[in-house]
Design a protein around this ligand. Sequence first.
Ligand SMILES: [Zn+2]
Length: 295
Amino acid sequence: MKPTRLILCTLSLAAVACSDAPPPSADADAVSADPPLYETTRIADGVFQFRYQGHNAMFVVTDDGVVAFDPISMDAAAAYAGEIQTHAPGAELIAIVYSHRDADHATGAPVLREALGSNAPIYAHDNALAPLSAAADPNLPAPDSTFSDRALLAGGAIQLHYLGRSHSDDMAVAFLPESRVAFAVDFVSADRFGYQDLSSFYFPDMHDAIAGLLEIPFDRILFGHGPGGDRATIERQQQYYRDLAAAVRAATAQGLSEDETAAQVLLEDYRAWDRYDDWRELNVRGMYRKISTSG
Ligand SMILES: [Zn+2]
C-alpha cells in the first residue's frame, strides 16, 4: 500500500489557547509495592495513560473517535483494547500512532484493530516507513500514513511533532492543545538516566530535540517509561545531558581514557536519579565514545 501523506502544518504554538487544566498531580504516578500487570490512568478529560509492565502508552478520546499510541506488544495490545473499551465504550478506533518504530513500543497494532473491530490507519514519522516495510513483520506493520515535520489528527485535537533525531530518527512527539498534555518516548523521562550506554541516541541532535520539546506549550508530559512530569522535568533532563557532555568533554580535554573518565565523572548532582547505580557509568562511557568519534 502506498502511504498517503498527512497534511503538513506550520503550527503557531504560541497561539494555542490556554486551558485551566489542573497542575500535574503526583497521585496518578504513585507506584504501589506490587503494581498490577497493567493499568489505565486518566490524565485529563479524554486523555488516558495505559501502562503495561514497564511501558506506557497514551490513548485519546476525541470527538472523531479514539486515537491509540504505541500498542507495545501483542499481549499488551489485547489488554490495551479492553481498557479502551472500558474507558471509551462504543467509540471507534480511528488511528494508531507509533511514537517510533522500536518493537518494544510499536508491536501489536493488528491486535488493537482486531479487538476493536476497526481497520484504523497507522501513522508514524516518514523515517519509520522504509525499515518497517523491509522488515515485513505482521505483528508490527508499516505505517499507512507518514509525516515529516508536523501533522494534525482528529481535527487538530492531536498534534504530531518531529523534533529531529533523538533516541531514534523517527520520533513523533504528541501534543494535545486542549489539555496541554504531551507524550514523548525514550529520549526523555522523569529524573532517570539515559538508556544504558546511549548507543541508540544521536548527539548533539538530542540537545536540539529536547530544546524543541520545550518550545511545545505542554504543562504535563507522559513518557514511554516511568512516571510522567512537567516542564521542569524536561528542563532537568536538558541540564543532565548538558552536564554529562560538559563533564566528559572536560575529561577528554585532560587526556583521560574512557576507563578513567568513567571512574571520575560521578555526576554527583544526579545521585538520586533512577538507575544511577547501573546506568551512570554506561552513560559516561557512551558519551565518551560519541565525543571521541564525533568531537
Ligand atoms: Zn525506543
